[in-house]
Design a binder for this molecule. Structure first.
Ligand code: HMG
Ligand code: MG
Length: 298
């Protein structure tokens, strides 16, 4: 039992670029996002309103966001706190994402807070966003393994997941930030969340492909009823505050599999691959996506 339709949540312009050392010009980011939407992606995460010193690559959020007015897609942005929300709302953002952690070490390194302090930081953000009818995604990082703490107990993940939903998040994205999960672990976590009363319809999956498991993990998540999948065009990415993280599942690899399964995404694989090949040229190195490489050499 597989879904008929999957919503791809494209994160290339945010998760993909945030780790790039060389700052990509704002106009190139804007063109990238336009091209992703033109390829049929309906949700294109655009940037982050975080502290510019923490993620210098995305320090141009104020310049970039106004260049996206005519993009035909939802454009969620990351917002960690009230200051970030002010910045995002001032530019008219209609979708935000807060980002929590299942582990203390990553919460401290990524947000300079404990897990509970970060939830307290998000609480007024989510409340104010909801008052303004802004859609809120809650990312949850380190759901499977953490580079400092090792395997992450499922109960710990379920607790923070429920807390994020209790704050009022409309959806939850389960992050395998360093890409260590394997399919059995995905089934175990989704089962535990289900038993804890979390509706599968509120869950998205966010896999990094460090060990080549992202597609296998995605397939079992779909079999469990998940229909929102995060992916990054060309497999760009990594997290600046989690050293062992490589790129996300490549959107092209995902769409190749879903096309083959007859699952509809609305994405035009040819246009998407051309976009990632174009971006790879801008970044000066080839895309790590197998599908991009295969289709580019045809
Ligand atoms: P902090 O140093 O504790 O900040 O950082 P603070 O609250 O103490 O404030 C210090 C100063 O920063 C103040 O200025 C604030 O105004 C300013 P001062 O009064 O001293 O002049 N400030 C800001 N300025 C601009 N925008 C803001 C902002 N907030 C405070 N939003 C903070 C705390 C949360 C700000 C910091 O830790 C931060 O920005 N972290 C972001 C890290 C990040 O973006 N990581 C990557 C995204 S997460 C990820 O990639 C994982 C994911 O993909 C899922 C997965 O794979 O698992 C989502
Ligand atoms: Mg990520």
């Amino acid at each position: 039992n597989l879904p008929a339709h999957v919503r791809v949540h494209e994160v290339g312009a945010r998760d993909g670029l945030q780790n790039e050392k060389t700052v990509v010009p704002t106009e190139v980011k804007a063109e990238f996002i336009h091209r992703l939407a033109d390829a049929g992606l309906t949700t294109v995460e655009a940037t982050s309103f975080v502290h510019p010193k923490w993620v210098p690559q995305l320090a141009d959020a104020e310049e970039l966001f106004p260049l996206l007015r005519d993009v035909n897609a939802e454009l969620p942005v990351l917002v960690p706190n009230a200051r970030g929300l002010d910045r995002a709302l001032a530019l008219g953002a209609r979708r935000i994402a807060v980002f929590g952690s299942a582990t203390e070490t990553f919460a401290s390194r990524n947000l300079n807070r404990t897990v509970d302090e970060s939830l307290a930081m998000f609480e007024p953000v989510v409340a104010r966003a909801r008052e303004d009818k802004v859609h809120v995604r809650g990312y949850l990082s380190m759901c499977f393994g953490d580079p400092w703490e090792g395997a992450v107990p499922i109960g710990q993940v379920v607790r923070v997941a429920k807390a994020l939903l209790d704050l009022g998040c409309d959806e939850l994205s389960l992050g395998d930030t360093i890409g260590v999960a394997t399919p059995g672990h995905i089934v175990a976590l989704l089962t535990a969340l289900n038993e804890a009363g979390v509706p599968t319809s509120a869950i998205g999956v966010h896999f990094h492909d460090t060990y080549g498991q992202a597609l296998a993990n995605t397939l079992v998540a779909l079999q469990q009823g998940v229909t929102t999948v995060d992916a990054s065009a060309g497999g760009l990415g990594g997290c600046p505050y989690a050293k062992s993280a490589t790129g996300n599942l490549a959107t092209e690899d995902l769409v190749w599999m879903l096309d083959g399964l007859g699952i509809e995404t609305g994405v035009d694989l040819g246009r998407l691959t051309a976009t990632s090949a174009w971006m790879a040229e801008r970044l000066g190195r080839p895309s790590p996506s197998r599908t991009v490489r295969a289709l580019s050499h045809k």
